[in-house]
Ligand binder design. Structure first.
Ligand code: IPE
Ligand code: IPE
Ligand code: MG
Length: 254
């Protein structure tokens, strides 16, 4: 029992910034003889739940992969259904996001989204801008390579105009030009749906993130699954290239 309590206390010292690759909606639907788009609806409903558990577990930023740049190549009817779901979800959720203190943000290239979806998102981003309880970051039309390419383009413009010289470019310059510029360091990346890959998600930001893979399809990923992922994270030692002894000495200094 005491052990149980100390594990629960550990949970409170969990990751600040958690990213989730919400994978497995299509297989969840297929297993039930439903259309893939119905799996996405269920996935959206589950995100509402998981957001509440993330608040409960003290997560400050939850960054979820909702639609990748590569997902534009899916069948048009599936892409259309997902974009419609963005509009419906934003309209349905806005009052609750406001009342629950959730700040909604996005990463990715919103310019590729249909106008209706982009406008709905920009509206809720503005309406929740002062909320502080948790940040929900939706990765939409996002991929790391696309994000880094856009950052390199912006940096090249500064160099071309002589505002910056190449030898002065630091990692900090690059970080500041990424879509995640004002988010804290990524601590934990979870992928549901059984695959063990990153699929172009937060490659720069995840350099030292802990990885956790769950076999649950996203619509089935629940409170207990998130709790297990966070407990697993808490038991790991993050070393950032240092030795275990160095890391322990540093944490004793704190
Ligand atoms: C993830 O679920 C959601 C999106 C990519 C939009 P999938 O649609 O990839 O589900 P599976 O992997 O086919 O089961
Ligand atoms: C990653 O899932 C993207 C999202 C969850 C939005 P995918 O289903 O697109 O990834 P792959 O194709 O299996 O790598
Ligand atoms: Mg998938």
């Amino acid at each position: 029992m005491l052990g149980q309590i100390s594990r629960e206390q550990d949970l409170l010292r969990g990751p600040r910034h958690v990213a989730i690759i919400m994978d497995g909606n299509g297989r969840w639907a297929k297993a039930r003889g439903l259309k893939r788009s119905e799996g996405h609806v269920q996935g959206y409903l589950n995100l509402r739940e998981v957001l509440r558990y993330a608040v409960e577990f003290g997560v400050e930023v939850l960054t979820v992969y909702a639609f990748s740049t590569e997902n534009w190549h899916r069948p048009q009817d599936e892409v259309d259904a997902l974009m419609e779901l963005v509009v419906t979800a934003v309209h349905a959720q806005t009052p609750e996001l406001i009342s629950e203190g959730v700040r909604l943000r996005t990463i990715g290239d919103l310019s590729r989204l249909p106008d209706r979806a982009r406008e709905a998102l920009l509206g809720v981003i503005e309406q929740t801008a002062h909320n502080t309880r948790i940040n929900l970051v939706l990765a939409l039309s996002y991929s790391s390579r696309d994000e880094i390419t856009r950052a390199v383009r912006a940096l090249s413009t500064q160099v071309a105009s002589s505002a910056l010289s190449p030898e002065d470019i630091t990692e900090e310059h690059i970080s500041r030009l990424l879509d995640t510029a004002d988010l804290p360091e990524l601590d934990l990346m979870i992928r549901t749906g059984g695959e063990r890959r990153i699929s172009n998600y937060l490659l720069w930001q995840g350099a030292y993130a802990e990885l956790y893979f769950s076999d649950a399809y996203w619509p089935d990923f629940g409170r207990e699954d998130l709790r297990m992922a966070i407990l697993d994270y808490n038991e790991r030692e993050r070393r950032w290239g240092k030795t275990s002894e160095q890391v322990q000495a540093l944490s004793e200094e704190e």
